[in-house]
Ligand binder design. Structure first.
Ligand SMILES: N[C@@H](CCC(=O)N[C@@H](CS)C(=O)NCC(=O)O)C(=O)O
Length: 112
């Protein structure tokens, strides 16, 4: 791991001089963690298709969760989002409903 802060602490233990090097991660490594996205959808849902078509047009790949075949995903959507409505974009686990809001959010994030 690269470090930008090194702190050497010299101690005297049992009469022998030794040192400890403390290593801290660079600031960027901790703040640039990638955001996770998951799009909860249902086949045949026109609002979902609106979002997935927009994603396709912009070459953006986001993992899809089909709540009609993935029971756990359906339960997660209801438990976390509070309702069984798709599309819903989970951004680092935080739900965003409404196709127009999802597209608006993604267009800002991906600058397109
Ligand atoms: N205004 C919402 C409408 C979303 C909507 O009505 N989705 C339907 C599916 S097409 C839904 O989730 N209905 C709830 C259900 O089927 O349980 C949007 O644009 O995302």
């Amino acid at each position: 791991m690269e470090t930008d802060v090194r702190c050497r602490v010299y101690t005297l233990i049992f009469g022998y001089e030794s040192h400890i090097t403390l290593m801290f991660p660079k600031r960027e490594e901790t703040s640039m963690a990638e955001t996770s996205y998951e799009l909860y959808i249902m086949p045949g849902c026109p609002y979902c298709r609106r979002v997935t078509t927009w994603l396709d047009e912009h070459g953006i790949n986001i993992p899809l969760k089909d709540i009609t075949t993935d029971h756990d995903a359906e339960q997660t959507l209801i438990a976390v989002g509070g309702k069984r409505q798709v599309p819903c974009l989970f951004i680092d686990g935080v739900p965003l409903y409404e196709s127009a809001d999802i597209i608006e959010h993604l267009s800002k994030i991906f600058d397109c």
